[in-house]
Design a protein around this ligand. Structure first.
Ligand SMILES: [Zn+2]
Length: 103
């Protein structure tokens, strides 16, 4: 899944505010993503690039590297109730229905 990933809360907030303009309730919102935080730095063990998955299983040493990077490793995604996530191409994806949602 190719989620839109943001390096600042403000950017994620802007994208959330712009997404699904017709929706009045259950608006999209920024969500801190630990999953993306743990991949925000290259892996010291398998050299997986920033943002990419480890080769094989996730290496815990990568979390130490992300922790050492401080706030610069913070990552946000944009979600909306229920089970919707903003993708990099600007569409909203429904995980439960496994379908793109009309904006
Ligand atoms: Zn790794």
């Amino acid at each position: 899944m190719n989620e839109a990933v943001f390096t600042s809360f403000a950017d994620a907030r802007r994208a959330a505010d712009a997404a699904m303009p017709r929706r009045r309730r259950n608006r999209p919102y920024p969500l801190a993503s630990g999953w993306h935080w743990g991949r925000a730095v290259p892996c010291p063990e398998c050299s997986a690039a920033e943002g990419a998955d480890c080769a094989g299983r996730y290496h815990r040493a990568r979390e130490d590297a992300a922790r050492a990077a401080g706030r610069s490793a913070d990552r946000w995604i944009v979600c909306a109730p229920s089970n919707l996530v903003l993708l990099a191409d600007g569409t909203m994806y429904d995980h439960a229905r496994k379908a793109t949602v009309r904006q």
